[in-house]
Design a protein around this ligand. Sequence first.
Ligand SMILES: [Zn+2]
Length: 474
Amino acid sequence: MNVQRLLALITLATPMALHAQRPALSDTTRAYVSVDAPVIAITNVTVIDGTGAGPKADQTVIITNGRITAVGGAGNTTVPSGARVIDGAGHTLIPGLVGMHDHTFYTTAAGRRAQLNTSAPRLYLASGVTTVRTTGSISPYSEISLKDQVEKGKVPGPRMHISGPYLTGPDDVVERMHITTPEQARRVVNYWADEGATWFKVYTEISRENLRAITDAAHKRGVKVTGHLCSVGYKEAVEANIDALEHGLMANLEYVPGKQPDRCPGLDRNTYLKLDVNGADAQSTFKAMIAKGVAMTSTLAVYEISVPGRPPLDPRVIEAMSPDVQKEYMATRERLAGQATTNTASLGMLKKAMEYEVAFVKAGGLLAAGVDPTGNGGALPGYGDQRNYELLVEAGFQPGQAVQVMSANGAKVLGVDKDLGTVSVGKVADLVLVRGELARDPLAIRNVVTVFKGGVGYDSQKLIGSVKGLVGIR
Ligand SMILES: [Zn+2]
């Protein structure tokens, strides 16, 4: 063997050895892969890097063995010979989105409750969501097994941080775990922590005493707790050592006049519509959260679906739904549209929730985002995450900030920010290539072309094509 050939083999051997650490992709998964090479160069692309910075034009991004190894201007970034080159002209590259309220189940207003073990992971990945936290499970064992299948390359899907069952009070619906004593709380937390849950979600009816038992037991196991609250206010939850809070303003009932401890009051819209987000009440909530590093998850897309006439009808959403779900959802939209003149409070509340989140960030709070594909079913896995981007921009965030909320901030909350969340040298190549200039046109977030997870590029359209008509069924 001549020296040149030996050298060629050695240079090839290093990336191949590293490549081999990646699980072999099954034929099912491989069918959706459009880019897979040891070295990939995305050239002439606009980058919004997830640090909060604005767009940078004409960038070259190099991926080597699944990690980002160079990011820079076209003039000073060399494309290695042999790299698979993707011309990113007219496209924007952002970090893989981190969906922080991204259930694997789905609901409609007709009472449908469906576990979407096939369509949810595909729609998340297709939409650019490369990491999810499921944030409350109605089928924790499905999520544990799904996470395992995705990690082994058997099925396409995002990286998953999974939750145990919802932990709520004794009078809630049957799909959630009714916690009545601290002993039970500890037992349930330990059971699911043993099985692999890394988060719990406490739900609306939980008591302060049981919440504290849950956070104590969870923290002993290195497991975190977030909440969609009602009976407990945000400041009380912070006192009880919660790690994060879901949904922002509308799940913080501590501003309802005369609220009784451990009781879930009605949402008093008059008070809430008048809430001054820069006033003492809201600011003292933010101060308490920030002092203990408690993050907030924005879920604007799921709020918006209760507003008459919103969101604009997205044909992709309808196509993904099963025929029965299409009927259920369109009936809901029509019913809401009929209230357009009488129900103005819903829009007012959406706007107030936006103000609240902007003020939280301005105060120094850590805001992440997720879809929450529940409620009346209009916010779908993945598509609803994309809608969040449009709504965060509508709320007043700069495009760079909105991307940061949806990527780096989520990675921080999950404790994976060393590897994920920004387009930076050394990080794992979870990246989303979208057609168009995202900073100028928020709707470009819907034009996902390729989603890179660990440097492997997935064909967004092909994933979407595989789940048409499945949302609401599987
Ligand atoms: Zn939820």
